[in-house]
Design a protein around this ligand. Structure first.
Ligand SMILES: [Fe+2]
Length: 222
């Protein structure tokens, strides 16, 4: 599929994404998750007027790369500090390691501000390693090939292997998690086609050589 991509600079990335979504465009990629400054959006085939028809195969796809300009992009003042930054899907991020070990790893303290449904979508991360430890409250999550949704509660931990599709569905108790990811900056891609939970359960599956791991806090199992 040919991809035609245009770059548009903006000083409010969330507002620009919303503007395109209102026109029927959809988010394909956002980068980085803790302080987004770039988003790739595309017209789904149904609204790619003129380029597709009901009877022809989609030959090309129009994409737009939204990039936060120097006015809108404020480098995280959070490195090693206590400031909170609005990240992806309405979650607040606090960056815990100054300099992120030269970009090799990011440790984020993440807060979900409101209890209830989370404005997340099926997505995956282009990472080498990612682990999430629940500090407070609980979040309901669902992962590709891992069966029905489950609660990640305080003291529980998941290792999310590279590119496993997943989604946060719900939060309770003003949930907070610690997330460790390598490398520090990585792309988050939306999967528009896979619905979760999916029909396959394959807990032995390896994703880029790594299994999904869910470690329950012993007290939570009592
Ligand atoms: Fe994620």
């Amino acid at each position: 599929m040919a991809i035609t991509e245009n770059t548009i600079e903006c000083d409010d990335l969330d507002a620009k994404i919303a503007e395109y979504q209102a026109l029927g465009w959809r988010l394909d990629m956002i980068f980085p998750a803790d302080s987004p400054r770039e988003a790739l959006m595309s017209e789904p085939p149904a609204v790619a007027g003129g380029l597709t028809s009901d009877t022809t195969t989609v030959e090309s796809k129009i994409s737009v790369n939204l990039v936060l300009n120097s006015v809108g992009h404020q480098p995280p003042a959070t490195a090693g500090g206590s400031d909170w930054n609005l990240g992806r899907a309405g979650m607040m991020y606090r960056d815990l390691i100054p300099d992120r070990i030269g970009g090799k790893v990011i440790a984020s303290h993440i807060k979900l501000l409101e209890d209830g449904p989370v404005a997340d979508y099926v997505h995956y991360h282009k990472v080498e390693f990612q682990m999430i430890y629940c500090l407070k409250g609980r979040i309901k999550v669902v992962y590709e090939d891992q069966g029905p949704p489950f609660w990640l509660e305080a003291g529980d931990c998941v290792v999310q292997p590279p590119e496993i599709r997943h989604r946060v569905l719900f939060s309770e108790g003003k949930a907070e998690v610690l997330e460790l990811t390598m490398p520090a900056e990585h792309e988050t891609w939306v999967d528009h086609d896979l619905e979760l939970p999916n029909g396959t359960i394959n807990k032995a599956r390896l994703f880029n050589g790594q299994p999904f791991v869910f470690t329950k806090h012993p007290k939570a199992a009592e």
